[in-house]
Write a protein that binds this ligand. Structure first.
Ligand code: GLU
Length: 311
């Protein structure tokens, strides 16, 4: 990563300003998630980017103080929390392979006896949340995820948007189908409705790009975060983000950006440049995979400008 090692805040800010200007000028936004009514009406013409670098600086451009629904980006944090709670036994219930299918697909579940391909497709995230729940009251599992995110971000002002959670609870027929299908295979340990409710609320956590970039610092192994996530665990979570973090668009993201990333249908993306930076991008319009369209483009522009890549 040649350019990266010499990047300082002074060099990074103009890069971010340039990316924001280009994204606004191109105005190629995509469409916000239509199946969650609370998100469907959001103006797609919005963009924000924040970067926490290895010098301890945070730079941002665009609407970086606007809170957005992190949706599936929350799966990174529920995975870390579940691994902390049940350890490697989680992998008996969920795999670590890319699915090549959409985020809410039920296709492979039947063929593979109810063991989801990975913790980032919805079925795998439901199992992960179920493992974290483990017979407790949902609010305890949610407090654990929220507490982890707040600790990592060093910011208590991070909350769940109950309207978004309720909106998805009303309309989330596919997730309900997935949960009941998992249950029929004995791969849920709680009542499906309990696991679903917890999952919908975790997806409805709201953060700004500045908060999300800060929350990713430990995954990037940045100075000052030592011990918050064990390095060997961070490496493995990053590997899953690289191979599975963008669903059936994961190969394309790896090709264009070359960094581990996790997207959400709220339009957020958390991108990790190991040893260099934690990056959060938000633009609510999605491409046909359900990944932020302008956000992916911005991530590609950033990796080209900085040289940050794991390849
Ligand atoms: N809550 C969304 C769902 O379960 C998350 C999907 C995503 O962000 O990719 O459908």
């Amino acid at each position: 990563m040649p350019a990266a090692s010499s990047l300082t805040e002074r060099a990074l800010q103009p890069i971010l300003d340039g990316i924001a200007a280009r994204i606004l000028k191109d105005a190629d936004w995509g469409t916000p998630a239509q199946y969650i009514p609370e998100l469907a009406g959001i103006d797609p013409a919005q963009f924000a980017i924040s970067v926490c670098d290895r010098h301890g600086e945070t730079c941002s451009a665009g609407a970086f103080d606007t809170a957005f629904s992190i949706q599936s980006v929350s799966k990174v944090f529920s995975l870390i929390a579940a691994l902390g709670r049940v350890g490697e036994t989680l992998w008996r219930r969920v795999g670590r392979e890319p699915s090549g299918t959409s985020f809410d697909s039920i296709l492979l579940l039947e063929r593979e006896s109810g063991r989801p391909r990975n913790p980032f497709v919805n079925a795998g995230a439901l199992v992960t949340t179920d493992a974290l729940l483990a017979g407790r009251a949902p609010k305890l599992a949610l407090a654990e995820i929220l507490g982890l995110i707040r600790d990592l971000a060093e910011d208590r002002d991070i909350h769940i948007d109950a309207d978004v959670a309720r909106s998805e609870q009303r309309t989330g027929a596919r997730n309900k189908a997935l949960a009941h299908y998992l249950d029929s295979h004995g791969n849920l340990t709680n009542e499906p409705e309990m696991t679903l409710g917890t999952y919908f609320h975790q997806c409805a956590i709201e953060m700004t790009t500045r908060q999300l970039a800060c929350a990713g610092r430990a995954l990037a192994g940045l100075p000052g975060t030592h011990g918050m996530i064990r390095p060997e665990r961070a490496r493995r979570v990053n590997a899953l983000m690289m191979t599975c973090g963008h669903y059936d668009g994961s190969g394309e993201f790896a090709f264009r950006v070359g960094l581990p990333g996790k997207s959400g249908v709220g339009g957020g993306i958390l991108v990790i440049a190991p040893g260099q930076a934690s990056i959060a991008i938000w633009s609510p319009g999605l491409d046909h995979y359900g990944n932020s369209k302008a956000g992916t483009r911005a991530a590609a522009l950033l990796s080209d400008a900085t040289g940050w890549s794991v390849f």
